[in-house]
Ligand binder design. Structure first.
Ligand code: URA
Ligand code: SF4
Length: 219
């Protein structure tokens, strides 16, 4: 393994007792090369007692500058969908599969680049550590990158979205994720709604999938 893909393992404190401990250590991570060009690490946010964890892809341009996940256009759309699905917002912890923004500079613009498998794998120890502390009841997987991180490379969001999936059956990497009795609902990424030709239909699909997560919470 070379220096740029060694992974986050050595940067995640093994004695972390809280999300604050993790958040404090994350800015030092050099587990892959993405820390070099990004402005800052973007760690998860939300209540430590949240019953739902939503996992996105990586911070976008706005998140990279503000240091918080889901505070740009996709985040605003997600918040609207959460409200329309009647999910209790105070029960949601938001995070990303990859915690630094990957982009290409083109002139004055920073163009989003999808993280590669090496970045997803390198960054997984942070996600594992968040899950170990949060022990969510419901995990919402937002799009293909989060699905790759949590459910393995063969999971297809389009085929399995909007259904409650028991964690052990859906997670190929369950041994690495000490989440306890969680259920998973996969859906499309809010950015995919923003890019869709038929935004209204795509949005309604997102809300329908999130409603399934809400029903799981309500029991
Ligand atoms: N998209 C994501 O996946 N995460 C963010 O934090 C913002 C946009
Ligand atoms: Fe570390 Fe993840 Fe950032 Fe890579 S993307 S440097 S593994 S926090």
């Amino acid at each position: 393994m070379n220096e740029t893909t060694a992974g986050a393992d050595q940067y995640v404190p093994t004695d972390a007792r809280s999300l604050a401990d993790l958040r404090a250590a994350a800015p030092d991570c050099q587990g892959c090369e993405l820390y070099r060009d990004a402005s800052q690490v973007v760690f998860g946010r939300g209540d430590a007692d949240a019953r739902v964890v939503m996992v996105g892809e990586q911070p976008g341009d706005v998140e990279d500058r503000k240091g918080l996940p889901f505070v740009g256009p996709a985040g605003h759309l997600l918040r609207r969908a959460v409200d329309d699905a009647r999910l209790p917002v105070d029960q949601i912890y938001l995070t990303n599969a990859v915690k630094h923004f990957r982009f290409q500079q083109r002139g004055g613009r920073r163009i989003h680049q999808t993280p590669d498998r090496v970045h997803i794998v390198a960054c997984r120890p942070w996600l594992v550590a968040e899950f170990a502390l949060l022990r969510p009841e419901v995990v919402v997987v937002l799009g293909a990158t989060a699905a790759r991180a949590l459910l393995g490379p063969s999971f297809r969001v389009t085929q399995s979205r909007g259904r409650a999936l028991p964690w052990p059956d859906s997670a190929q990497r369950v041994q690495d994720f000490p989440v306890g009795p969680a259920q998973v609902v996969a859906t499309i990424h809010p950015s995919a709604v923003l890019r869709a030709d038929d935004r209204e239909t795509a949005y309604r699909g997102l809300v329908a999938d999130l409603t399934v997560a809400g029903e799981l919470l309500a029991g």
